[in-house]
Write a protein that binds this ligand. Structure first.
Ligand code: ZN
Length: 190
């Protein structure tokens, strides 16, 4: 178990565009260890996902998983997924308003995300995957892939007045958001 320190907004590596990995690099002990550490770090922090540059390595790897997440109890489950060299493609222009947090940012805020996206990526064995994800799961994928391009969710917050610390979110915004997003999840199924 190797939980790594998570870098916070302001660290330059979070603003770098991360590098694509070759198949040989994916198979290397260094990258396999990085993937294990990302999973351990995500679990330790109760994150829904984490990107490699959040632990200081500017390579295109992210991991995602949602089970019963205390940070995001309304999120539908995502099986543990290792996404190497992921590429996202929106399926249409339809969007929804999400309220996001990030292990590298001590705030939450409202962000517009595509409702349906095609995701193509390699897993830790280098095998290629091609899937369609929707709703909050699509939002999580967009958030993690943004990290690999040096983009943080705060860059996409359309109304800065929606920014809140976790304590103030819990006190003033959580109930309304959970009610809205629960109805949304029931409608879109994910
Ligand atoms: Zn994040």
């Amino acid at each position: 178990m190797a939980v790594r320190p998570v870098l916070s907004i302001g660290h330059p590596v979070l603003r770098q565009s991360s590098r694509t990995l070759t198949d040989d690099e994916i198979a290397s002990p260094h990258v396999q260890q990085l993937i294990d550490d990302l999973i351990d770090t995500m679990h330790d922090a109760d994150g829904a996902g984490i990107a490699a540059n959040q632990v200081g390595e500017a390579v295109r790897v992210a991991v995602l998983e949602v089970t019963h997440n205390p940070r995001y109890p309304y999120k539908p489950p995502i099986p543990l997924t290792v996404a190497v060299n992921p590429v996202l493609e929106p399926l249409d222009d339809e969007t929804f308003l999400n309220n996001e947090g990030c292990l590298s940012v001590p705030l939450r805020g409202e962000v517009e995300r595509y409702l349906s996206v095609r995701v193509r990526y390699q897993d830790r064995n280098g095998d290629h995957h091609d899937e369609v994800v929707r709703g909050l799961t699509a939002g999580t994928w967009q958030h993690e892939c943004d990290h690999l391009d040096g983009v943080l969710f705060v860059d996409r917050v359309t109304d800065p007045a929606t920014l809140a610390t976790w304590d103030e979110y819990d006190a003033h915004h959580r109930d309304a958001f959970v009610e809205r997003i629960t109805a949304f999840v029931e409608r879109v199924g994910s």
